[in-house]
Design a protein around this ligand. Structure first.
Ligand code: F6P
Length: 534
């Protein structure tokens, strides 16, 4: 696989850093830690344990320039077309701007209307004007949505619950079409006082619509004559929600140009807004807007989003690292890795360029991760001694929101130790010295660590809606910056379609009225169906 020639100097500078090794790079420069660390929107980004140097940054900036980074950034932020296959802008940044001004005035008005509708509904809800069908205040929210219509609110609810904010009602998010996901949520909710949110940008997604049907039946069984009066639709297809029977005043529309995985800044976050209040949501937006300003105004070599994207590009295309792992040393961010997985892989997991040419570079790394310290006792063996190179990211809050500072000190000591250990490694000689054996003793060899393994650490002063907003916007812009380096469209997701079409074709072979598998199916699928069918 041959990366674009314009990236040659950059990739070669990265390879040089790798050959030198991180320990040597630190030894050579007493200012390395500060040279490659940045304070942005109150967050601290430490890139110094990546294979980065002044030379690689200069070459990376030149590479970004040849890929028209500044022009594409301007195109994104001004609302120009950046989603070529769907002929749309991508306006998630404008959704959180205090005063959105896109080149297209109608689009700006659409954003303002969406914001006014969400704020208005939240205020009505907070003041008790919007009550359940029996007139009682709502006690529960059941949010139905999948992918970008669920991962964001689910992550926010879990994060906020540990920020010291008191939830005003109990919220549940159900995504999977597997009824095993829905039934426990129904058991936890009270039909008469549950507000049901149907979040679907398209308002056609089979998982969400199937769950909505079952929830409606559950409400009817409880004697609720008109379940749709207790339902809110959050969608970019308000006509479909209206046709479905949701009252117009209960439809919170958002613009079509807000991608599903970028929709956390819209009414898709309704359960978070209703459970934790509008002020918390506005703080989330403000944090993201602060990162937007940094992304918009900083040169590539001081722009944390662009630097992270350059390093993603380099690790995949110079050093063969085709996955990246993120570990939140913060239990409240337990759902962040799944959120980032969709954001990054659905955006940049592409095989053709904007012009439809096959890519000759690796696009998105496979993004995975978990929470620390749990993951240390499960997958860190691979990170330290496995034969694959996995750039690793550590995220932590300097201060906890609880009084157990002893726990927090241990949490952070582990977080810092892991990145230091990945970098430092341990030679067989060092291991042997500790063990009192020869360096070629199999035990000494087994207890040695190659080191030179790259990591980024992102520290938040504390986890708040503001800092979380800034963190999420960092990842969004990093994804966009990587797409520019790759020359691809990050805003469509054609790769999810084929499987959906085939699932539709297979429906007739399953369930109570299933027909026998026919010769049109591949042999493996036929055999699997024969096993499933009664
Ligand atoms: O199938 C992929 C996808 O379209 C995602 O991009 C999206 O976030 C998810 O499905 C849900 O789609 P919708 O919000 O239209 O229900």
């Amino acid at each position: 696989m041959m990366p674009a020639p314009t990236s040659d100097a950059f990739l070669s500078a990265i390879r040089d850093c790798y050959t030198s090794g991180l320990n040597a790079l630190f030894a050579a420069s007493p200012t390395r830690a500060s040279d490659f660390s940045f304070d942005v929107a109150g967050l601290y980004f430490d890139f110094s344990k990546l294979h980065i140097s002044e030379e690689s940054m200069a070459a990376g900036a030149a590479f970004a320039e040849t890929m028209d980074f500044a022009a594409w950034r301007e195109q994104l932020l001004s609302g120009g077309i950046v989603n070529q296959t769907e002929n749309r802008p991508a306006i998630h940044s404008a959704m959180r701007a205090a005063h959105p001004t896109l080149a297209d005035r109608a689009l700006t008005n659409e954003i303002l209307a969406a914001r006014t509708a969400l704020d208005g509904f939240a205020q009505q809800f907070e003041t008790g004007e919007f009550t359940s069908s029996n007139g009682a205040p709502y006690t529960h929210i059941l949010h139905l949505g999948i992918g970008g219509s669920a991962l964001g609110p689910d992550m926010l609810l879990k994060a906020a619950a540990g920020m010291g904010l008191k939830p005003m009602l109990e919220a549940h998010v159900v995504a999977n079409i597997d009824a095993a996901a829905l039934l426990p949520a129904l058991d936890a909710c009270v039909p008469e006082t549950t507000l049901v949110v149907l979040a679907s940008k398209s308002f056609t997604t089979v998982e969400t619509m199937t769950n909505a049907k079952t929830v409606q039946a559950w409400m009817q069984q409880a004697g609720i004559a008109n379940p749709r009066a207790q339902m809110i639709a959050v969608t970019a297809a308000p006509d479909k929600a209206l046709a479905y029977g949701i009252p117009e005043a209960q439809i919170l529309a958002f613009p079509e140009s807000v991608g599903g995985r970028y929709s956390i800044w819209s009414a898709v976050s309704l359960p978070f807004v209703l459970a934790f209040g509008l002020a918390a949501f506005h703080a989330l937006l403000a944090g993201a807007a602060a990162m937007d300003t940094h992304f918009a105004e900083s040169r590539v070599d001081g722009n944390v989003c662009a630097i992270a994207a350059l390093m993603d590009y380099a690790y995949a295309n110079a050093l063969g690292a085709d996955s990246r792992a993120t570990f939140a040393y913060d239990d409240r961010l337990g759902l962040l890795p799944s959120y980032l997985q969709q954001l990054e892989t659905e955006s940049n997991g592409k095989h053709v360029s904007r012009e439809g040419e096959p890519l000759d570079v690796v696009s998105s790394p496979a993004v995975w991760g978990g929470v620390g310290t749990d993951a240390q006792h499960a997958v860190f063996q691979l990170l330290h001694q496995g034969r694959v190179l996995v750039p690793t990211e550590f995220i932590a809050a300097a201060q906890p929101a609880h009084p157990h500072h002893d726990h927090h000190a241990l949490l952070l000591s582990n977080c810092l130790a892991q990145s230091a250990a990945l970098m430092a490694g341990r030679t067989p000689q060092e291991a042997a010295k500790k063990l009192g054996c020869a360096p070629d003793d199999p035990l000494a060899v087994a207890k040695s660590f190659p080191g030179n393994r790259p990591s980024t650490t992102i520290l938040l002063p504390e986890l708040t809606p503001f800092t979380l907003g800034a963190l999420l916007a960092f990842y969004e812009h990093r994804v966009f910056a990587l797409s520019v380096l790759l020359g691809i469209n990050p805003f469509d997701q054609m790769g999810v379609e084929l499987g959906k079409e085939m699932a539709k074709q297979l429906e007739g072979y399953l369930g109570p009225d299933a027909v026998a598998p026919d010769a049109g199916l591949d042999a493996s699928t036929r055999a699997l169906l024969r096993f499933i069918q009664p």
